[in-house]
Design a binder for this molecule. Structure first.
Ligand code: NAD
Length: 474
């Protein structure tokens, strides 16, 4: 049984002032695997105060000094890869291919931040002005459970690169993974207070950070509903806010696509991270002229996807993170059937051979209209909807007929044609015939998928305030 009893404030592991204990689960077995003692508002205030004390010195460090710390943090995270992998499997249930990536990515983001930093001009001339990019101040970083270490490290690396100091509020459901991150980062030896990690409830610790006048910026990844509340609360003192929220991404299969590659890629885009991905391509937009062919191939591909025990090598879809999330996915599958969508694969309940664990059946619907609930709302599980379209104009209209706009996928054998379609889709990223991430490119959403961008130069600038100094000799 794990017992996580400490938070990280002002360069040290300390007992939290908060006393509430929160249970941690193995989602593949539903067993309680330990508890975490949660921080409270008092702990959040101590963490903010420490970050505030550390800001003047850290904000004046040189680029080389920041790179040195980011490199040590990279090395420390890389050294703990196997420990993180074990925590990701036990606490989150990510299947083998995904869990290895989830254990490696948190180290890589420090190298990506170094790359952005090395190529960034903090000072430039514009007309007669000297424009200086100044660190925003103390930042609050609030992260979800579906890629705990990756989000903590990604936001922290960028904040530190910019010269900000940070208070991190990870998801309370990921405390085991966070404890590995805390241990690793401590070994990197950052100056006290430069970053602080306080795991606690969102409406307690998160709200305290968002409401604090000493915090100048919030970077939040999570649900659209909570993101809207943060934006409202941040208005009180006009905090800078970056929001990475939900999605209902379209995968637009053009009529010239090679189905041998496009169908498995579209299914993978939908089922990545067991479907618990904001960027999951869950609306499959298919030309009516090739609908039957697509349905047949996609049914075969989905039926072959192994959903089950994440410790088994052939498992591709792991359990949902919690009972609540499992019930939510079951509810959407029921709703799809009630609203008249036709089930091609999967359905309610657990995969064959399992009578416990928050496992779901990889599910494929067809005859879905874009106004049905399963086409409009983020399910956050492996449930895909085929929506037929008439021509490219119709496909673009359906792709954009959503409250979201995080990511989209276009599959075609003609990349120029795909580029023309991509240009008209309202989404922060459009992936053409690929599922590969590009860390130099901005990431973030149009519409209710968010505000601002992360990664690369765009991500760095989100932690900086431009200041123009005029009247100096050229
Ligand atoms: P959530 O919004 O419930 O929680 C996210 C974080 O916010 C948690 O740490 C939570 O404790 C905290 N929080 C909750 N209430 C708060 C409040 N009032 N004030 C401050 N903080 C508060 O989301 P979740 O269930 O952890 O994650 C799933 C959601 O995250 C999905 O909607 C998904 O689309 C989204 N997500 C988005 C991205 C992206 O990059 N766009 C990536 C991953 C997940």
């Amino acid at each position: 049984m794990h017992s996580i009893d400490q938070v990280f404030i002002d360069g040290a592991f300390v007992e939290p002032h908060g006393t509430e204990r929160f249970e941690l689960f193995n989602p593949a077995t539903e067993a309680v695997i330990g508890t975490v003692r949660l921080a409270d508002a008092d702990d959040a205030r101590r963490a903010i105060a420490a970050a505030k004390r550390a800001f003047p010195a850290w904000s004046r460090t040189t680029v080389q000094e920041r790179i040195a710390l980011l490199r040590r943090m990279h090395d420390a995270m890389a050294a703990h890869e196997d420990e993180l992998l074990a925590a990701v499997i036990e606490e989150y249930g990510a299947p083998s291919a995904r869990s290895r990536w989830m254990a490696q990515f948190p180290a890589q983001v420090f190298l990506q931040a170094i790359d952005a930093l090395e190529n960034y001009a903090f000072e430039r001339r514009l007309g007669s002005a000297r424009v200086i990019m100044q660190p925003a101040g103390v930042v609050g970083l609030i992260t979800p459970w579906n890629s705990d270490a990756g989000f903590i490290c990604g936001k922290l690396a960028t904040a530190l690169a910019a010269g900000c100091t940070a208070v991190i509020k990870p998801s309370e459901m990921s405390a085991l993974q966070t404890s590995v991150v805390m241990k690793a980062l401590h070994e990197a030896g950052a100056p006290a207070g430069v970053y602080n990690i306080v795991t606690g409830r969102g409406d307690v610790v998160g709200a305290e950070i968002v409401g604090s006048p000493d915090v100048r910026k919030i970077s939040f990844t999570g649900s659209t509903a909570v993101g809207k509340g943060i934006l409202r609360a941040a208005a009180d003192d006009v905090k800078r806010v970056t929001l990475e929220l939900g999605g209902k991404s379209p995968s637009v299969i053009l009529d010239d696509a090679d189905f041998a590659t496009a169908v498995p890629m579209a299914v993978m885009a939908g089922f990545m991270n067991s479907g618990q991905a904001c960027i999951a391509g869950t609306r499959l937009l298919v030309p009516r002229s090739r609908l039957a062919e697509f349905e047949a191939k996609a049914t075969d591909v989905v039926n072959a996807v192994v959903s089950g025990d994440p410790s088994k090598a052939d498992t591709e879809v792991g359990p949902m993170v919690s009972r609540k999330q499992w019930e939510r996915v079951q509810g959407y599958i029921r709703k799809g059937i009630e609203e008249g969508a036709h089930l091609l694969a999967g359905g309610e309940g657990r995969p064959d051979g399992y009578d416990r664990g928050w496992l779901v059946r990889p599910t494929l619907f067809t005859d879905v209209r874009n106004d049905m609930t399963i086409a409009r709302e983020e399910i956050f599980g492996p449930v895909l909807s085929i929506i037929a379209y008439d021509d490219d104009e119709d496909a673009i209209a359906i792709a954009n007929d959503t409250a979201y706009g995080l990511q989209a996928y276009v599959m075609s054998s003609d990349s120029e044609r795909a580029a023309r379609v991509a240009a008209r889709i309202d989404a922060g990223r459009v992936l053409v015939n690929t599922l590969t991430h590009e860390p130099k490119a901005p990431f973030g959403g149009f519409k209710q998928s968010g505000l601002g961008r992360e990664y690369g130069e765009f991500g760095l600038e989100a932690y900086l305030e431009p200041k123009a100094v005029l009247g100096l000799a050229v």
